[in-house]
Design a protein around this ligand. Structure first.
Ligand code: G1P
Length: 298
């Protein structure tokens, strides 16, 4: 097994029902966050953490994902003729990010099943999984740290954030113990979307994973869990309590900026936050936001 993590898997087969009717004929991954589709931020994050081989697990109604990461000669020629180099670079960028592969999930049997579909492509190497609903601010480091922890421990690594206890039922939840002198924790138990009074902690799993390929063997024998779906969380719980090569689950507690685009309110907050920090839009937007909130107070 080579230890270098250079493959990323991005599950993108979800139906996006929370955003209907916007997602009736368009994948939710293509919803713009300011002026880029959400999925582009995720691919850029994977590439800047050193991954050049990206596999998207897609489904029906997802063709525009492939189009977005492809060249588009007609638009490029038009922009070139106009001498609009800025827009030309923006249009080309998605097609220059890396080597992107697509595989359909087939049956919608859950996140664990989507990840298992990557088995042949990934082979016997550690790999990253990035979920498109979570955006990590490019100024904050997460994936690189997780890769280092994977290389050091030889196990699987999850990303955790502290949430208000009443929010935990929306996430996978981890029971952990600190490891002396290390910037990561040992994960002893994982539960997918526990009831608030049954959660072992307020540490929520967010959508970044660096996994040992042994997870594929475990997923093959993991039955349906919460919601009747094959849960990645359940497979990781098995690895957390297993012995031998590829066992053990470790957590990196992330305290940086994360934007959730998975539901309408969080999505709107993500767009406003990111736009208000941009040099081109921020000053005007912030001025407007101030007068707008002032008018709300009135
Ligand atoms: C998935 C995982 C869950 C995790 C979440 C992070 O759930 O199953 O453990 O906390 O992603 O975004 P989903 O939000 O896809 O239902």
């Amino acid at each position: 097994m080579t230890s270098r993590v250079n493959k990323a898997v991005i599950p993108a087969a979800g139906l996006g029902t929370r955003f209907l009717p916007a997602t009736k004929a368009m994948p939710k991954e293509m919803l713009p966050v300011v002026d880029k589709p959400a999925i582009q931020y995720v691919v850029e994050e994977a590439v800047s953490a050193g991954m050049t081989d990206i596999l998207m697990i897609t489904g029906r109604n997802k063709r525009s994902l492939e189009d977005h990461f492809d060249r588009v000669p007609f638009i490029e020629q038009t922009l070139e003729a106009k001498g609009d180099h800025e827009k030309l670079a923006a249009v080309r960028r998605p097609s220059e990010l890396g080597d992107i592969h697509y595989l359909r999930q087939g049956d919608p049997k859950g996140l664990g099943h989507a990840v298992l579909r990557a088995k042949l492509h990934v082979g016997n190497e550690p790999f990253a999984v990035l979920l498109g609903d979570d955006l990590i601010d490019e100024r904050d480091v997460l994936l690189k740290t997780m890769i280092e922890v994977q290389e050091k421990t030889g196990g699987s690594v999850i990303a955790l954030i502290e949430v208000d206890p009443d929010q935990i039922s929306a996430y996978g939840c981890a029971d952990i113990s600190p490891i002396d002198g290390e910037n990561y924790v040992q994960v002893s138990e994982l539960v997918e979307k526990p009831a608030v009074d049954e959660a072992p902690s307020n540490l929520a799993v967010i959508g970044r994973y660096v996994l040992h390929p042994r997870v594929f063997d475990v997923l093959e024998t993991t039955g349906p869990g919460r919601g009747g779906e094959i849960q990645l969380t359940d497979a990781l719980q098995t690895l957390a309590s297993a012995d031998g090569e590829g066992s053990g689950v470790y957590g990196v507690v992330f305290r940086g900026r994360r934007y959730d685009t998975g539901d309408k309110l969080s999505y709107i907050k993500a767009v406003v936050t990111l736009a208000s920090e941009r040099d081109d839009l921020g000053p005007d937007l912030q001025a407007w936001l101030k007068s707008f909130t002032h008018s709300l107070d009135g």
